[in-house]
Design a protein around this ligand. Structure first.
Ligand code: NAD
Ligand code: IPM
Ligand code: MN
Length: 384
């Protein structure tokens, strides 16, 4: 999880992926490269073709050899995985989640920050929204435990549990029988002390680094007291015993959504279990101005992956209407992770400079302007 020592040359793996992925990643690459050169660092990109399209064409998801090779890179930049032409979940789990789990990228960092002159759906009255979702990234409903019972056999269903996570392995079986006999689906969620403790520590360090005294634990312990009561209690224990200067509050995820649309400035650090973090980060992205500006990082002790919060946006893919700012700002998070602080600052400054000084007509489509993905990328690149 540590920031790397500075080098002259970095090897960055790239999975541009599907839909608008390749469009926005192209702009992110150009800006990352230009910014790194400010600190005399060069980038060698290692491209991988994986995604839904590659799966359709070659029937290949993500080979182990490629995973091993990726592990040798300094970081990974990813666009988006998924397509309406492939059954939902196959490439997403087989590539995106696989990478998160194999490299034990347990932190999903998703800042939600409003940008100059970018309209927000809830007026901010001239103030800046500056919140961050810290999402546990390896557990919860994402474990992949479960299956579908067809309703045809004798009413009993069994599935083997056999998985590896950073720091533990889980073996056993989930065994159920239903009466009267009918099809059902089951998907089990699991949070461990190891998983909750480490993400809580990161959330506490982030709270302190942001100069804030309090974080919010996002929960749903009223409906799922085992799963989320455990998350909440474990988080509270870590905060109280290890970070006594940090205060905590709990907020049920449903109420959080209500509070956020009434007042997007109501929260700073939001410590979330995996599923709620996924959902709340899209809400936050919308409140801060748009999906096309929401950057993200998947951080672990080994290879970390940088990717926008958004997906492949098949509704606008190929139209030039994709906003590359989320990918570009994810590139800034990547540079910061590599220890190239000045380069990261330069990218963020260029984005803000472009938005502060350009007429609305030169804004991305998403922000009401008429600039294409390429033109937005070019306008930002020019300022680096
Ligand atoms: P999405 O994020 O792709 O799109 C949601 C909405 O936001 C769409 O209207 C889209 O046009 C808009 N949008 C997203 N990015 C934008 C950008 N850069 N500029 C302008 N508008 C943008 O979510 P979805 O529609 O639920 O998912 C589409 C596919 O992407 C699915 O296959 C899904 O599984 C996958 N997905 C992948 C990732 C990932 O790889 N990290 C993340 C989310 C969804
Ligand atoms: C995200 C995405 C993924 C997630 C999907 C594509 C599996 O929505 O990165 O936010 O749920 O984590
Ligand atoms: Mn999501």
């Amino acid at each position: 999880m540590s920031v790397q020592n500075k080098k002259d040359k970095y090897r960055i793996a790239v999975v541009a992926g599907d839909g608008i992925g390749p469009e926005v990643i192209e702009e992110a690459r150009l800006t990352v490269e230009a910014a790194a050169s400010l600190e005399s660092a060069s980038i060698e990109w290692i491209d991988y073709p994986f995604g839904a399209a590659h799966y359709l064409e070659k029937n290949e998801i993500l080979p182990e050899t490629a995973l091993a090779e990726m592990g040798e890179a300094d970081a990974l930049l990813l666009g988006a995985i998924g397509s309406p032409q492939v059954k939902s979940g196959i490439p997403e789990r087989g590539i995106l989640l696989k990478i998160r789990f194999v490299f034990d990228q347990y932190i999903n960092l998703r800042p939600a920050k409003s940008l100059p002159n970018v309209p927000t759906p809830v007026p901010l009255d001239g103030k800046t929204m500056d919140s961050v979702v810290i999402r546990e990234n390896t557990e919860d409903l994402y474990m992949g435990l479960g299956g579908i019972y067809d309703g045809i056999s004798d009413g009993s269903f069994e599935t083997a549990l056999d998985l590896e996570r950073g720091g533990y392995s889980l073996r056993g079986k989930l065994s159920l029988s239903i009466s009267p006999n009918m099809p059902f689906a089951v998907q089990a969620a699991l949070n461990t002390s190891l998983g909750v403790e480490r993400i809580t520590r990161y959330a506490c360090r982030t709270t302190i680094a942001r100069g804030e005294g309090k974080l919010a634990i996002v929960t749903k312990s009223n409906a799922a007291p085992a799963l989320y009561g455990f998350f909440e209690d474990t988080a509270k224990r870590v905060i109280e015993t290890e970070y006594p200067s940090v205060k905590w509050e709990t907020v049920n995820v449903d109420a959080l959504c209500y509070h956020l649309v009434r007042d997007p400035l109501a929260y700073g650090v939001l410590l979330c279990p995996n599923l709620f973090g996924d959902i709340v980060s899209d809400l936050q992205a919308g409140l801060a101005g748009g999906m096309g500006a929401a950057a993200g990082a998947n951080i672990g002790d080994g290879l970390s992956m940088f990717e926008p919060v958004h997906g492949s946006a098949p509704d606008i893919a190929g139209t030039g209407r994709a906003n590359p700012i989320a990918a570009i700002l994810s590139g800034a998070l990547l540079l910061r992770h590599l220890g190239l602080e000045k380069s990261a600052d330069a990218v963020e400054k260029a984005v803000r400079g472009y938005l502060s000084s350009s007429p609305g007509s030169e804004f991305p489509f998403e922000f009401g302007g008429g600039f294409s993905c390429r033109e937005v990328g070019g306008a930002i690149l020019k300022r680096i």
